[in-house]
Design a protein around this ligand. Structure first.
Ligand code: MN
Length: 715
């Protein structure tokens, strides 16, 4: 009796300890994220309506969905993600809290991502080493790559992407350790929630499934009772089948009722139930996403050929995204643990942890996915963070036990070592001064455009600006962070980098064809055709290049159903050559055309003889010749742009050599030089943004500011 009371007491103390550690770690994690807020509290350009703006482009996607959910309506085919988990969760938070939407977007990552401390502390508790969980919670919640993707303003799925699998890890550990059914239910619900939150989560779920499956086989071979393990993977499989979340919840709950109330019967038919789950998995297309993923990684061509009747070739966006590049081992270690040495120690700690507590091998799927970063790019490192944090936590705990057998000293050693591990991560946070996606001056333009353009109008720009444009101006766009395949980028690239007349016609064509395409039914042959192909065929042609040529004539345009605006930011200048790539291709053969000459210099210097523009480009002050590497090139014209008053641009142009090939443009207020060939000089972007020489039969200025210019299409 006394024994029992004593042990009950211990459980109470252990529970209180866990709650206390969770609270401390949570406050630590959240407060550390306020360093950024403090740093930029006086930076007005990072705020709009006195509230901080977010710093991730994709966040504006979910922000648009939230805005429309709260408004209760949105336009047909405006691509607003009103049924995505992040938008639904955010709208729910907005309903139940008194905070403004902007505050919620901005602080949601800090709050939800800090919840990771809960499963981490509980995992420590599950192996009776709560201090290991506590250290892991402190380190894991703010480690380099986890912080980068969950800092204030990083409003994206990342705010729960790691929390949910760590909860899964915790529930699996508890399930296997205790053989209690309630953890099975917990695990299955977590998988369903995780998939709802982040549909790409299947690969990680499948890895966990494989690991537990291997454990069941091990038990079978060793003639150990594997009933519970098989029950566990059966529930996992049902939670993962390719049906809607609601059906999976119903199946899991019904099955759990069966397991709970008819345990004997359940066990008798377990092998059949398991078989049924596997069949349902394949039959419902549960394997399809993995198959699709494999295909993407196998066919890494830069040019995609559509399999329609005239087989067009488009430039593929994948290779221009920096994220998928390879990273060095040092960067890899730093991103997981803040420092390579700490990373290696964490690895040793994790190895040791699995030797002492083999159940911790369940952390392997997360580690494995994190290690994919060595091949697949830095965005994967984040997955290894929590498990490596457990590794370093265990190592610190062991070292303190080796060095002293007095609790007081152990605590002291633990504290010192933990601070040592936290240091590189906190240092990183203090140096990581990410700006907001947009500055206030840019958002002011979009906010004004919102009152000018109607919700059905299109605002066309490069895809990077798609989501923010839709959020702030409440309009439609042709491309965005999720819609930027080679064929949709083609027309936008074409419009920005071609002369005004063909650009204007392409804009009218592409917007009307985009809207028409939404109205086509699945199965209709045109539904699978790209806009360019339909434009070509509709004009009685079989060669898309002929259609492009036809755009230079007085071609009959599709009927105008709405207004179209061009959004031209100064930031586009830096990516102009990339933008050009997408339309600098022969659509029929796939051959890339020669890149136009483009040299941007924001960091030039002047000496006695030359203006040095960087990368071996220099302008001779003596003879006005341009030196490009070894070659001397004649300058066609020299242009200087300067703002006379706030929004009044003055452009002075001086012709130099009639047969010159390149133009030098000095944008004095931007402190930048641009050297371009005739093709680029005559592009719509240069004419409308840099020079404001618009053809007033085609375009009219709507809002002109130094950072952003918006024009309305007149045809
Ligand atoms: Mn809308």
């Amino acid at each position: 009796m006394v024994e029992k009371i004593k042990s009950q007491n211990e459980v109470m103390i252990s529970k209180r300890k866990a709650v206390l550690f969770i609270l401390i770690a949570f406050v630590f994690s959240f407060a550390t994220r306020l360093i950024w807020v403090d740093e930029f509290k006086n930076t007005e350009q990072f705020k709009f309506n006195n509230e901080f703006m977010i710093n991730t482009n994709d966040g504006y996607f979910y922000a648009e969905g939230t805005r429309d959910l709260l408004a209760g309506t949105h336009q047909e085919n405006d691509l607003s993600p009103v049924d995505t988990a992040p938008s639904l969760l955010t709208a729910f938070v907005a309903k139940i809290t008194p905070f403004s939407l902007e505050t919620i977007f901005f602080y949601m990552p800090a709050f939800f991502a800090s919840l990771i401390v809960i499963p981490l502390v509980l995992i420590g508790q599950s192996i009776n080493r709560i201090e290991v969980g506590f250290i892991a919670a402190l380190v894991g919640s703010i480690a380099h790559s986890y912080y980068n993707r969950t800092m204030v303003g990083y409003y994206d799925t990342d705010l729960l992407n790691i929390v949910l699998p760590v909860v899964l890890l915790w529930s699996l550990i508890w399930a296997i350790k205790t053989s209690k059914n309630r953890y099975i239910l917990f695990m299955a619900v977590d998988i369903i929630v995780y998939r709802w939150w982040y549909p790409q989560s299947y690969s990680l779920e499948l890895a966990f499934f494989g690991l537990i499956g291997a454990y069941a086989i091990y038990q079978y071979v060793k003639k150990i009772d594997y009933t519970f393990t098989l029950t566990l993977i059966t529930f996992m499989m049902f939670a993962m089948v390719g049906l809607d979340a609601i059906y999976r919840i119903i199946i899991v709950l019904a099955l759990f009722g069966f397991l709970h109330f008819q345990n004997k019967l359940f066990n008798k038919y377990l092998i059949y139930i398991f078989g049924a789950s596997i069949i349902l998995f394949f039959a419902s297309g549960g394997f399809d996403p993995i198959w699709a993923l494999l295909k993407v990684y196998v066919f890494k061509d830069s040019v995609i050929v559509t399999n329609d009747s005239i087989s067009l070739h488009f430039y593929k966006v994948m290779q221009t995204i920096r994220e998928s590049g390879q990273i060095s081992f040092v960067t890899f270690g730093e991103r997981i643990s803040g420092n390579v040495l700490v990373f290696l120690l964490s690895l040793i700690g994790f190895g040791w942890l699995t030797v002492r507590f083999p159940i911790m091998l369940l952390g392997l799927p997360l580690v494995g996915l994190g290690f994919l970063a060595l091949f697949g790019g830095l965005r994967f490192t984040i997955y290894a963070v929590p498990v490596m944090a457990l590794g370093i936590g265990f190592l610190i705990s062991e070292i303190s036990r080796i060095l002293s057998d007095k609790t007081k000293f152990q605590i002291l050693i633990t504290l010192v070592l933990t601070i040592f591990v936290l240091y590189p991560n906190i240092k990183h946070i203090m140096e990581y001064k990410v700006p907001t996606v947009f500055t206030k001056d840019e958002v002011v333009v979009l906010d004004k455009l919102k009152s000018i353009a109607s919700r059905e109008d299109y605002v066309v720009s490069w895809w990077d600006y798609g989501y923010p444009i839709r959020y702030y101006a409440d309009v439609k766009t042709l491309t965005d962070g999720g819609k930027h395949e080679g064929d949709v980028n083609f027309s936008v690239s074409f419009a920005l980098t071609s002369p005004q007349d063909v650009a204007a016609r392409m804009l009218r064509f592409d917007v009307e064809y985009t809207e028409q395409k939404y109205k086509l039914k699945d199965g209709e042959i045109d539904k699978n055709r790209t806009n360019i192909e339909r434009m070509t065929l509709d004009n009685g042609l079989n060669d898309a290049n002929d259609f492009i040529t036809l755009l230079g004539s007085d071609i009959k345009l599709p009927p105008k159903t709405r207004d179209i605006y061009l959004y031209l930011p100064n930031n586009l200048m830096g990516i102009y050559p990339t933008v050009k790539l997408f339309s600098n291709i022969d659509l029929m053969s796939g051959a890339m055309r020669e890149a136009p000459f483009f040299h941007l210099s924001g960091n030039y210097s002047e000496n006695g003889e030359f203006i040095e523009l960087g990368d071996g480009v220099r302008l001779s002050k003596k003879d006005g010749m341009l030196q490009v590497g070894e070659n001397k090139v004649k300058v066609k014209r020299f242009v200087k742009t300067a703002y006379e008053s706030q929004n009044k641009l003055n452009v002075s142009s001086q012709n130099i050599a009639f047969d010159g090939k390149l133009s030098v443009i000095y944008m004095s207020d931007y402190k930048q030089f641009v050297v371009v060939d005739e093709e680029t000089y005559n592009s719509t972007y240069f004419k409308l943004f840099v020079l404001e020489e618009y053809d007033n039969t085609l375009f009219e200025p709507t809002i002109l500011t130094p950072l952003v210019k918006v024009y309305k299409l007149k045809i």
